[in-house]
Design a protein around this ligand. Structure first.
Ligand code: 4AD
Ligand code: MG
Length: 467
């Protein structure tokens, strides 16, 4: 076969000059045609669209043609011509075809319209479908948008550890990391596991949040963000929880809660605008196939302010709903942790807009949140989104050494685990604030997908770590 350097399908489809010899490589999505001619839809992942390859069957060897089946990988030399019928601007009239990889007939993606559940079972192949190609291209673009947003505003990308000795959220949902022999664990005199000979000489786990280390950095570099994998061993089999997810955590010295809220709103809107500007074809596909209101919803959120109210105000709206006859599965009263159904009632039924709830009861929030003067609430903020519920959780931080120490003790956070965190409150403390955005929750919103397992390439959930 003549050596012609490869042009990506996206570039072939955008070409302005025709009649030239080109090479395309990619996987066969479909093949149709007559006894004389085949039309092959070839996709290389560079775009949702396929390039049509026109094959004059008389010019090719029959044995070769037999190998051109759905899923096979081809290298095609041909002439790029303006297309008349294929719905695309350009197509390739094949002159030479090489089958780089034949595809045997057990290929699971033979037809269109597989269920999402089935596609999760073939997560090693699902990126080759239109839907998952679109999702993973959008996932990439959102990561770029996030870095650009913070970089443009002078934030520094800061790397916090994945292996840690402290439980930031205090929820006890950590995966342990050990090199000890689990069949023969050393015990101390009290029958407790003796970690002194373990790899780190102490108990260690995978991080549930980079926040505590992020705060150290913010109190030195001014404004930082983290963007990394996060692990939670919560046994929640819901469409919105993963055991391994990615979180973005900005932390800013001198910001108080109001600035923190504004940052969160600006940040999400920047990402949504980026998706509309850079992922138009993929969003259009998802809008057509997955969620007919997707693009409208993205624009709506972009063009409207997030509603801001306190937890106390939110609870009284929910209590009125109950009095008015609305049924929730979980009870609602001041002090209750809000369930997804409560959050979604506020967002979808009451305000019909994203909501930022602030000033939650201290009992249901973490030890590090700044305490309000009322003695009951803390300067927490959760951003609640349509279809998703909580997309961001954050707060202003308690910068007062005594108050923080007292709250940590009350909540049973051992001082030996966080002495270094406490030090910032002794050595030039300052007001500061931050939040965490669940990357996959953002992707649920941007793609219109309804299960979080479908916006991460290889989901980790209870009983599931295949691939
Ligand atoms: O509300 P969370 O637990 O807050 C923190 O971890 C803080 N340390 C953040 C900070 O202030 N720097 O988690 C933050 C966000 C949630 O709002 C949600 O979007 C996402 O992380 N999240 C999950 N996403 C997927 N699967 C899970 N199991 C998640 N748990 C939290
Ligand atoms: Mg939260």
């Amino acid at each position: 076969m003549e050596k012609i350097s490869r042009t990506r399908v996206v570039d072939l489809l955008n070409a302005e000059t025709f009649g030239t010899a080109v090479n395309a490589k990619g996987w066969v999505r479909t093949r149709r045609g007559s006894k004389q001619v085949s039309f092959i839809a070839l996709n290389d992942g560079s775009t949702i669209h396929n390039i049509q390859i026109v094959v004059d069957l008389g010019k090719f060897d029959e044995e070769l043609l037999k190998l051109i089946t759905t899923g096979a990988c081809l290298s095609v030399n041909g002439i790029l011509v303006e297309s008349v019928g294929s719905g695309q601007k350009a197509e390739v009239q094949a002159t030479e075809i090489e089958v780089l990889g034949a595809c045997d007939n057990s290929y699971p993606l033979q037809k269109k319209g597989h269920s999402m559940e089935f596609l999760r079972e073939v997560a090693h192949l699902r990126p080759r479908t239109n839907t998952f190609g679109a999702i993973f291209r959008i996932r990439h673009h959102m990561a770029i948008a996030i870095h650009r947003f913070f970089h443009e505003r002078g934030f520094f990308y800061f790397h916090t550890p994945i292996i840690t000795g402290s439980d930031c959220e205090g929820a006890g949902q950590m995966f342990q990391v050990t090199t000890m022999n689990l069949y023969d664990l050393p015990k101390d005199d009290n029958g407790q596991i003796d970690y002194s000979n373990d790899f780190f000489g102490k108990q260690a786990s995978l991080t549930v949040s980079g926040q505590l280390e992020g705060e150290l950095a913010a109190l030195a570099l001014g404004a930082i963000y983290t963007f990394g994998p996060t692990f939670r061993a919560e046994n929640s089999n819901t469409p919105r929880h993963l055991a391994e997810f990615w979180m973005i955590e900005p932390e800013v010295a001198f910001n108080e809660i109001e600035e923190n809220m504004q940052l969160a709103e600006d940040f999400i809107k920047y990402c949504l605008q980026w998706a509309l500007d850079n992922c138009a074809a993929d969003l259009q596909f998802l809008n057509d196939m997955v969620d007919k209101e997707l693009i409208e919803r993205l624009k709506f959120v972009l063009n409207n302010s997030f509603v801001r109210l306190t937890y106390t105000e939110g609870v009284s709206i929910l209590e009125k709903a109950v009095t008015g006859g609305h049924k929730f599965e979980f009870p609602i009263y001041w002090g209750a942790d809000l369930a997804a159904e409560h959050e979604r009632y506020l967002v979808e039924r009451h305000f019909k807009a994203p909501v930022i709830l602030t000033d939650y009861p201290k009992e249901i929030k973490s030890f590090y949140m700044k305490q309000n003067d009322d003695g009951k609430t803390v300067r927490a903020m959760d951003v609640l989104f349509p279809k998703i519920g909580e997309i961001i959780g954050g707060s202003q931080r308690e910068e007062n050494y005594e108050k923080l120490k007292c709250r940590a003790a009350e909540m049973g956070v051992p001082e030996k685990d966080i002495w270094w965190y406490m030090d910032t409150r002794r050595f030039g403390t300052a007001p500061h604030s931050g939040f965490g955005l669940g990357f996959e929750r953002l992707l649920l919103f941007v793609t219109g997908m309804s299960n979080i397992r479908d916006v991460i390439p290889f989901p980790r959930t209870p009983n599931n770590a295949e691939f």
